[in-house]
Ligand binder design. Sequence first.
Ligand code: HBI
Length: 99
Amino acid sequence: MTERLSAEARRQALGELPGWTEAQGREAIGKTFVFKDFNEAFGFMTRAALVAEKMDHHPEWRNVYKTVEVVLSTHDAGGVTALDIELAKAMNAIAKLTP
Ligand code: HBI
């Protein structure tokens, strides 16, 4: 099983993840993405979903119109692992490609 990151390791990883922060009240990381419209937001979710499925590592997310709120944690580990960092990086890359 992928190991939980320490607080220091989480802090370091977040330093390389623009827009991502520690979630409130739980060991997780989160980011709110805002797109041009619903079409772009859903396109982002579609692409991110394919990456998540390939990783067998899935986000907790909420979409309202052009906004996508994402929270990542590794349920099996009860905290943040390298899988969450990897998926966050992939989401940032996908969002960059989204006009
Ligand atoms: N996604 N975020 C997250 N955390 C998990 O522990 C997790 C997952 N997706 C699939 C998954 N675990 C499976 O590997 C296990 O439920 C078997």
